[in-house]
Every structure is written in structure tokens, then in C-alpha cells.
Ligand binder design. Structure first.
Ligand code: PMT
Length: 221
């Protein structure tokens, strides 16, 4: 395992999946368990970093020696990331962020009405936190790492996403109902804005996390 090669560095990591409420009892969500983000937090702390972990709806216990901030929605996640980022050497967005949220929030539980069709759910766009952070870096030497959850054309979609989001590294992983989400293992290709491509074979989420930190340490110089 690596030595304390992240000592003196502050890393900000997001983990989990945002929930976008429809009413007091319902939300639109996704299958992220937060395990990949927590693995990044544990491994960064083990390598000496000061870690701020911003978690959305994981229910996981706080990793030792890590500052944990809890959020629910994409808008709250954005606020927490923007608050922590100015002081960070590295920002890693491992959270699964909802691209859209319901336009309206019903303050009372939405009721079904006899004989009536359900009301359609109108969605509006959520802010793109990764693109915003990458475009507007509080420190020029700050590194921004994204994740891409893809179900098909994984590499082509990953390259396009890397360019669109403007981050330094993009960890492209394949997801499905029973793939990656919630599992202890992952498999990925880490794409660099410099054209690099680092395949990470199927293995524990910690192993992928350590490869991400290796690439980060190399780039921090
Ligand atoms: O949590 P686990 O069960 O361990 O599963 C891990 C994981 C599959 C959730 C993780 O490895 C992963 O891929 N996370 C990113 C999921 C995702 O939202 O991918 P995306 O392709 O939709 O988004 C691309 C990137 O933009 C991500 O870094 C995401 O955090 C960011 N994003 C997306 C939308 C948005 N509105 N704002 C963002 O910042």
C-alpha cells in the first residue's frame, strides 16, 4: 500500500445518491449505495489526506478521521461542495446526482383521486456540480475528478463526458440494476484529459480508489 503521499492535502469527496422529493413521503432517487465514495474517503485518509466527505442518503457509518457532511438533494449537494471546494486540492464527484428534479413540491402527500388519471410529473434541470466546479476552480492547480455511470458504449460516452464536464480525470464504470451499485467491487477505466487511459480490473472498490489517488498524486506533482 502507498505511504502518506496525500499528507498535507485536503480532498473533498461526494458519495451516495441524491433524492429529489415529490412530497413529504416520496422522492425520485437512484441505486447508489455510497460504497465507492466511502472507499475513496477511507483510502485518502489512510494516505494522510484531510478528507471532507459529502454524503447523500447512504446510511453508512462515518469513516474514522473523516469530516462528514450530510445532504439530501442535488441542490444541497451543490451548496456543500461549493462551500468545501475553495480549500480543496482535489474534488472527487463519486455521488450519483439527479440530473432533474420535480418542478413542484407538494407540501401534503399527493392523493389519488377516484376515477381520475394521475397528474404527470414535470421535471426541471438540476445544476451540474462537476461541470461548474471544473469550469470555475477556486484554485488554478486544483484537480477535479468525475465519475461516469454508463450502461452502454461506455468508453465513447466516457470520452465525450470528460470533454463536456471539463474535469482532469473521469472514472468510467458500467452500471446496471445489479452491477456496481451497492456491490463491494467495481471495474473501470480512468480517462485523463491528457488522453491517458488507465484500466482498473474487477476488484474491491478500495483498489479502484487507490488507483484514482495514484493518478491524482502523480498530477499534483
Ligand atoms: O455508490 P455505489 O453503490 O458504490 O456505486 C458507485 C457509483 C456507480 C455511484 C459511482 O461509481 C459512480 O459512477 N458515480 C457517478 C454517478 C453519476 O451520477 O454518473 P453520471 O454519468 O450521471 O454523472 C457524471 C458526473 O457528473 C459524476 O461525477 C456526477 O457526480 C456529476 N454530476 C452529474 C449530474 C449533476 N447534475 N451534477 C454532477 O455533478
Amino acid at each position: 500500500t502507498a505511504g502518506p503521499d496525500l499528507a498535507g492535502r485536503h480532498v473533498v469527496i461526494s458519495a451516495g445518491g441524491t433524492r429529489e422529493p415529490l412530497d413529504p413521503v416520496r422522492f425520485l432517487g437512484n441505486r447508489s449505495s455510497g460504497k465507492q465514495g466511502y472507499a475513496l474517503a477511507r483510502t485518502a485518509a489512510a494516505r494522510g489526506a484531510r478528507v471532507t466527505l459529502i454524503e447523500a442518503n447512504t446510511g453508512l457509518p462515518d469513516p474514522a478521521g473523516v469530516d462528514v457532511v450530510r445532504v439530501g438533494t442535488a441542490v444541497q449537494l451543490r451548496e456543500a461542495v461549493l462551500k468545501a471546494a475553495p480549500d480543496a486540492d482535489v474534488v472527487v464527484m463519486a455521488a450519483a446526482v439527479a440530473d432533474f428534479r420535480p418542478e413542484t413540491y407538494a407540501t401534503g402527500k399527493i392523493k389519488k383521486k377516484d376515477g381520475q388519471d394521475p397528474e404527470p410529473i414535470v421535471l426541471v434541470r438540476n445544476p451540474d456540480i462537476l461541470a461548474e466546479i471544473a469550469a470555475d476552480r477556486p484554485r488554478p492547480e486544483q484537480l477535479v475528478v468525475g465519475f461516469a455511470a454508463e450502461t452502454d458504449d461506455v468508453l465513447a460516452n466516457g470520452r465525450a463526458k470528460l470533454a463536456r464536464k471539463g474535469c482532469d480525470l473521469l472514472v468510467v464504470n458500467e452500471v446496471g440494476e445489479r452491477k456496481t451499485f451497492g456491490s463491494e467491487e467495481n471495474e473501470a477505466v480512468v480517462l485523463g484529459a491528457d488522453g491517458s487511459e488507465t484500466p482498473v480490473p474487477h476488484g474491491p472498490k478500495e483498489a479502484l480508489a487507490d488507483t484514482v489517488w495514484d493518478l491524482v498524486v502523480h498530477r499534483l506533482g
